[in-house]
Design a protein around this ligand. Structure first.
Ligand SMILES: O=C(O)CCC(=O)C(=O)O
Length: 226
C-alpha cells in the first residue's frame, strides 16, 4: 500500500461529541476573496424567506439560497418549503464561490471535479449584523445521511468572530461553542452528528455585530435518489 500523506503536516484534531459524531475546526482555511460581490448579490438578488416561526408575517433577516448543479432550479427542501435555487450562471462568476469549490475539491483529491459537482449541493446563508440561525439538524431527505458537512464562514472584516453552537438534541445548553473567524472551515461528521446533535448560530443584538456581514457556505453530499 502506498500513502501520500505528508506526515510533517499535523492532521487537524476532531472534537468527539459522542458516539459517531465529531466536529473539526480548521481556522483560516481560505481568504475571503471577492466577499463584497457575493454579499451584494445575496442581499439584492436573493428573495427574503418568510419567518416560519410567526407564520410568515415577517421575513428572516438572513437570506438563503441553494445551488444543486445536477438539478438546476431545484432548491433545498426544509420546514416544508424550498429555498431559492441558484444556477451555475449565477454563481461561477463569484471568486468566493470558486474558491470554496476549489478548496472542497482539494480536500477530496480522489474525486474529479465533475464527479464532485454531481454529488454535492451548496447552501448559502447571508447574515447581516447579529442575525443567526436557530438550532437545527441538517437531516433533510435530499442529503446523504451520515455524510460530512463542510461549512465555510466569511466576514467583511478579519477581526470578527461569530460563535457556532452545538447542542445535544435533548439539551438547550450548548455542549460545544466554536468561535468562527473569516475563512474558517468547520466540518460536522459522523453517522450520528445530524441525528443526536443540533447546531446553530445565536441571533444577537450586541453592538459589536451591528456592522458585521457574514456569508456561510455549506457543502453537503446529496443522496442518490434526488
Ligand atoms: O452559519 C452557520 O455557521 C451555520 C449554517 C447552518 O447551520 C445551515 O445552513 O444549516
Amino acid at each position: 500500500m502506498t500513502t501520500n500523506i505528508d506526515e510533517s503536516v499535523p492532521l487537524p484534531k476532531d472534537v468527539q461529541l459522542g458516539f459517531g459524531a465529531w466536529i473539526r475546526h480548521i481556522p483560516a482555511a481560505l481568504p475571503a476573496v471577492g466577499f463584497d460581490a457575493l454579499w451584494e448579490f445575496g442581499m439584492s438578488s436573493v428573495p427574503p424567506t418568510p419567518n416560519p416561526f410567526n407564520g410568515g408575517r415577517t421575513n428572516l433577516k438572513r437570506r438563503q439560497a441553494t445551488f444543486i448543479e445536477r438539478s438546476p432550479g431545484l432548491g433545498y427542501r426544509f420546514s416544508g418549503k424550498r429555498t431559492h435555487a441558484l444556477r451555475a450562471d449565477d454563481l461561477r462568476a463569484f471568486e468566493l464561490f470558486a474558491a470554496v469549490e476549489e478548496d472542497f475539491a482539494m480536500r477530496h483529491p480522489t474525486m474529479s471535479i465533475d464527479e464532485l459537482r454531481k454529488n454535492v449541493m451548496y447552501h448559502f446563508n447571508w447574515y447581516p449584523g447579529g442575525a443567526g440561525i436557530s438550532p437545527h439538524k441538517d437531516d433533510e431527505a435530499q442529503l446523504e445521511a451520515g455524510a460530512d458537512i463542510y461549512s465555510y464562514s466569511f466576514m467583511n472584516d478579519e477581526s470578527y468572530t461569530r460563535n457556532f453552537q452545538v447542542y445535544h438534541e435533548d439539551d438547550s445548553t450548548a455542549t460545544l461553542t466554536v468561535p468562527l473567524g473569516s475563512g474558517d472551515l468547520l466540518v460536522m461528521g459522523g453517522s450520528r452528528c445530524q441525528v443526536d446533535w443540533k447546531h446553530g448560530v445565536k441571533t444577537s443584538a450586541a453592538k459589536r455585530y451591528a456592522k458585521m456581514k457574514r456569508i456561510n457556505i455549506t457543502v453537503r453530499w446529496l443522496n442518490s435518489e434526488l
